[in-house]
Design a protein around this ligand. Structure first.
Ligand code: NDP
Length: 400
């Protein structure tokens, strides 16, 4: 079918690349390009004898538009799959515009010097992408990503109107460390130490970090504390789901994680303000990242399951209805299959599927769009086929 250029070669990219290599009919060729080329070469060496997909590698600084443009012109991919960090979203989108190449990512743009998550920067490219005749798919991970596809599916098949969405992200995995993050520590800590917020009756309601706590009994995981967080898909779903009254996002955290995080915050280690240390400017959070376990190393140690999904409440044929769509994923099964834990797996699989939707033309809508703006059906089929089968519950316990 075609060729994808994958930018970044960390935890999420490694899963997406394994999955592209399992799906050689669509991904006949891939080029893996990242800041550290040796990581791309190591993955190529591991995979090339196991797949028909032709693998190339390249070095690129994705902060530099001219380097990206040169690479895209050289490789001529059908789609660019951005699995670097959210800081690089805009430079990669600029390069896609300059070369008229489709774009897919998993996280919305964040300026490096402010922990602020919103789509405004990327939505500002809508008209330019539309005029160039290219499609940008924003947020094709699990959350955002599958949660948006679940919402579009629920609206298409189960409801006339959705009024309430609760997104529940439970990681019941245990890696045995007192404190470690399951994906890039810098991005993860910026996300969880920010104020919480939810969407209600047409406006944002802001909360203090971890201010709202609920307990939920997750299938195949058990009872967990979960906390309300701001999360980026709330912003797009509030626009794209007509009739919506409230959207909340909850994530589970264990007590050890929260106690360590509070302590690190209290001593200033989670700050993104640069400080001078022995004559050199350092950012405390980036230093912290350097001393924490690399999420990519958690695979062999993590046991347990993730359970992530959406509880919908709304109306069908004039009657009130509730519906829970979710996926359960086993850390050790993921590790056996692709050498990564389930958090990277549940993000990397939908990233591959998003790129596949664009390459096969199933999702083709010039402009800049969030996943819920496309037909959910081929994506939902692909989730079942490529390792993230979904489950339904028509009588879920609701979150108060
Ligand atoms: P990692 O830190 O493991 O990997 C990031 C990769 O990007 C690394 O290979 C890194 O290179 C590369 N990179 C960073 N800066 C540059 C640059 N300037 N130029 C080229 N390459 C660069 O992160 P994860 O794999 O954990 O996360 C990847 C993305 O997935 C993030 O945007 C994250 O927010 C998102 N995500 C989305 C989720 C979802 O459900 N939607 C869930 C989890 C993550 P190097 O190896 O040299 O450092």
């Amino acid at each position: 079918m075609g060729k994808a250029l994958i930018i970044g070669c960390g935890g999420v990219a490694s899963v997406a690349i394994h999955k592209c290599c399992q799906n050689s009919e669509v991904f006949e060729e891939i080029c893996i390009a990242s800041r550290t080329k040796s990581k791309c070469d190591a993955l190529k060496e591991k995979l090339e004898s196991t797949t028909k997909t032709k693998i190339k590698t390249a070095q690129v600084d994705a902060n530099k538009v001219d380097e990206l443009v040169a690479l895209i012109e050289q490789e001529k991919p059908d789609v660019v799959l951005n699995l670097a960090l959210p800081y690089q979203d805009l430079t990669i989108m600029d390069a896609c515009l300059a070369t008229k190449t489709h774009y897919v990512d998993t996280a919305n743009y964040e300026p490096e010097d402010t922990a602020k998550f919103e789509y405004s920067w990327q939505w500002a490219y809508r008209e330019r992408f539309e005029k160039a005749g290219i499609t940008a798919v924003l947020g094709s991970g699990f959350d955002p990503g599958v949660t948006g596809v679940f919402s579009a599916y629920a609206l298409k098949h189960e409801f006339d109107e959705i009024n309430y969405i609760d997104i529940l992200d439970c990681n019941g995995g245990d890696h045995g460390y007192p404190f470690a993050t399951n994906f890039n520590p810098e991005i993860n800590i910026r996300e969880v130490s920010a104020n919480g917020s939810y969407w209600e009756d047409g406006h944002w309601v802001e909360t203090k970090p971890m201010e709202i706590k609920r307990v939920y009994n997750f299938e195949e995981v058990g009872e967990k504390d979960m906390y309300l967080l701001h999360h980026e898909e709330i912003e797009s779903l509030a626009l794209n789901i007509p009739g919506i009254k409230r959207i909340r996002f909850f994530m589970t955290f264990g007590q050890s994680y929260l106690t360590h995080l509070k302590c690190l915050e209290n001593v200033g280690m989670t700050s993104i303000e640069p400080i001078m240390y022995e004559g050199k400017e350092i950012v405390p959070l980036q230093f912290l990242r350097a001393v924490l376990p690399d999420p990519a190393s958690l695979g062999p140690r993590t046991k347990g399951k993730t359970n992530i999904g959406c509880i919908f409440q709304g109306k069908k044929d004039g009657k009130e209805k509730t519906y829970y769509l979710y996926n359960i994923c086993d850390h050790q099964e993921c590790y056996k299959e692709v050498g990564s834990q389930a958090v990277a797996y549940t993000t990397g699989v939908p990233a591959m599927i998003g790129a596949m939707m664009v390459m096969t033309g199933k999702w083709n809508k010039p402009g800049v769009h969030n996943v819920e703006e496309f037909d959910p059906d081929p994506f939902m089929d692909a989730l079942n086929q490529w390792g993230l089968p979904w489950r339904e519950n028509f009588h879920p316990v609701l979150v108060d």
